[in-house]
Structures are given as C-alpha cells and as structure tokens.
Design a protein around this ligand. Structure first.
Ligand SMILES: [Zn+2]
Ligand SMILES: [Zn+2]
Length: 192
C-alpha cells in the first residue's frame, strides 16, 4: 500500500485527485514493489495514454519525460509497460475496465450542476480503485515491444528553412523529399 505521504505527493504533483490518477497510483504501487524506483534510467516506462494516470507513474516510479525513460505512444489505451535494465524484466499492465461501470452509469444520470453528488461519486470511485484487488483492475501481460534505448544527447543543427536548432536525428535531408536541404519536421510538413 502507498502511504499517505505518497498519495498526497501524487495529488499535489497532478493538481487534483481523480479516479484516473488513482488508477495510476495503483500502477505505481505495483511497479515500486515489482521493479523498484527509477532514480535515473534503471526503469523505463512506455505508456499508451497521456491521461491523468501517467502523472502518478511519473511521480511515484520516477519514469519521467525529461529523463527520457517515459515514452508516450498515442494509442489511447490505458496500458503501461515497464522495463528494468539490469535484468531485462518487463511487464505490460492493461486496464481491464468494468470496475467502475455501475458508478459511471450513475454519473451519467446526475445533474451536471449537482457538484456535491458528483464529488461524492468521484470519492466513491477513488475508494473503490484504492481498495480493489490489483488483478481485478489490471491484466498483467508480457510486453510486445523491445526495451526502449537509453536517452542519448544528440547535436543540434539549424534547419535550412526556419533556422531553428534541431536535434540532428530529427532533421531530414533527402534529395527528393527535401531538395537536399536539412529540414525539421514542421518545415517538412509545410513544404509538402
Ligand atoms: Zn486528473
Ligand atoms: Zn524548420
């Protein structure tokens, strides 16, 4: 179980307490136990959503965007893969759905202006997520993708069109597509 300090810290980091964040807290709690905490890049996460839950993963597990050990795939799935570098351990957690079905139905019937009932229902959702058995919330699956590479620092060069500095791995120089110029991604799209 997460202690109160971890819960409060996660809520402070995210800005509010919501069911989505609570799902992320359960993921974080499980990963801390099964994989440990990423001080640096020991653990990498690949998340398939950019919703609230990911903030809990960043805060609790230490897989963050800036360290390069949080990779976002815009698939719109509540699925999270974790990799440990020292032994290659990996797992994908996929939300089963259904846990909050009856509460979501009640939520839809609520008067949108009835803030008190909406907040009470949210609180009920949060408590249910916190108390549910982990395997009832998530399927624990093998990962389907290779371990992400460690973050590397690349040189920056100017784009020949906009002049802005660009990480060299993001510049394209192709005789046909870019007329032999080094072009950044937005300039490439605009020039087409
Ligand atoms: Zn939220
Ligand atoms: Zn450019």
């Amino acid at each position: 179980m997460l202690d109160q300090q971890q819960i409060d810290g996660t809520v402070a980091f995210h800005g509010h307490h919501c069911p989505g964040l609570t799902f992320g807290m359960r993921v974080g709690e499980w990963v801390l136990r099964e994989f440990g905490h990423a001080e640096d890049e020991e653990i990498a996460a690949v998340v398939e959503t950019d919703m609230c839950a990911v903030d809990a993963i960043q805060y609790l597990v230490g897989c963050t965007f800036g360290k390069g050990n949080l990779i976002f795939l815009d698939y719109g799935k509540n699925a999270y893969s974790f990799f440990r570098r020292n032994d290659g351990k990996s797992t994908r957690l996929v939300t089963r759905g259904g846990l909050l079905l009856d509460l979501r139905e009640r939520q839809e019937k609520l008067d949108p202006n009835d803030q008190i009932s909406r907040r009470q229902l949210q609180q009920e959702m949060i408590e249910r997520i916190l108390e549910a058995e982990f395997e009832k919330i998530f399927s624990i699956c093998p990962v389907q993708i290779p371990m992400p590479e460690t973050a590397r620092i690349h040189k920056s060069r100017p784009c020949d069109h906009c002049g802005e500095l660009v990480m060299e791995t993001r510049l394209l120089n192709d005789p046909k597509l870019t007329n032999g110029k080094n072009l950044c991604i937005p300039c490439r799209i605009n020039c087409q």
